[in-house]
Design a protein around this ligand. Structure first.
Ligand code: ADP
Ligand code: MG
Length: 242
């Protein structure tokens, strides 16, 4: 089943044309990775999928929800799309557990005790079962990011978007976050990940899309894109990563 369909999406900010006819599909359970130079439109593409940014033209579908239709209920849409950001976006005055229960109670209307139980389950899932009462300032960057992932998972999204989830982390903390993402991928979660982590891409990605100047230059499975890129721009970019 096609879960996500991006069809000829254009987007601009005032004078600047960012996305210039982006199209790709993801099947349920797929893990796709978006790579490309800074400023190529990767974050903008993710933001269009949960309507943090509006497209100029083109269509996005999530299952049978027409994401880009003006009448679509954005709050309902966002419950189906979990988002994990580079800079965690945790509430500093709430514990790890409370960061997760907040949305469950306010958005999903889950009763407090049940919300705590579900939050504990998701903290266990990301290896933080022993940090439920820690405040963000007491956690490492990698732990904060894993709370961010648990928080997104708690909403039971159909699709998870990750925007450079490991690029703010010290190198020694990247592995734990990547391991959690690999677990999720193996468990069948549909994930669209902006990341230049070759290890994650190689082990988990079905397809990699190389974006440059708001266009997908080349797409393919990691072994094809990494070993035999067809486009010089893809090859040039990848050689700079290694
Ligand atoms: P990437 O994530 O690939 O680095 P972005 O999607 O963040 O790229 O940005 C694409 C282009 O859009 C960049 O030139 C950036 O400066 C511009 N841009 C991003 N967000 C905004 C914004 N809120 N207002 C104006 N321009 C923006
Ligand atoms: Mg970005």
């Amino acid at each position: 089943m096609t879960l996500l369909r991006i069809d000829d999406v254009y987007q601009s900010y005032e004078a600047e044309q960012v996305l210039q006819g982006v199209s790709f599909d993801m099947q349920q359970g797929d893990v796709d990775v978006l790579m490309g130079p800074s400023g190529s439109g990767k974050s903008t593409m993710l933001r269009c999928i949960n309507r943090l940014t509006e497209v100029d033209s083109g269509d996005i579908w999530l299952g049978d929800t027409h994401v880009t239709a003006p009448e679509t209920d954005v709050n309902e849409l966002r419950q189906d799309v979990g988002m994990v950001f580079q800079d965690f976006n945790l509430f500093a005055h709430l514990t790890a557990l409370e960061n997760i229960t907040l949305g469950l109670k306010r958005v999903k209307g889950v009763h407090a005790e049940q919300a705590r139980e579900r939050a504990r389950g998701h903290l266990d899932q990301v290896g933080l079962g022993d940090q439920t009462d820690a405040y963000p300032a007491e956690l490492s960057g990698g732990q904060k990011q894993r709370v961010g992932i648990a928080r997104a998972l708690a909403m039971e999204p159909k699709l998870m978007l990750f925007d450079e989830p490991t690029s703010a982390l010290d190198p020694e903390l990247v592995g734990d976050v990547v391991a959690v993402m690999q677990d999720l991928a193996a468990g069948g979660m549909t994930m669209l990940v902006v990341s230049h982590e070759m290890g994650f891409a190689r082990s988990a990605a079905d397809d990699i899309h190389f974006l440059d100047n708001g266009q997908i230059v080349e797409s393919g499975p990691p072994e094809q894109l990494f070993e035999q890129p067809e486009q010089d721009r893809t090859a040039g970019f990848l050689s700079g990563l290694q």
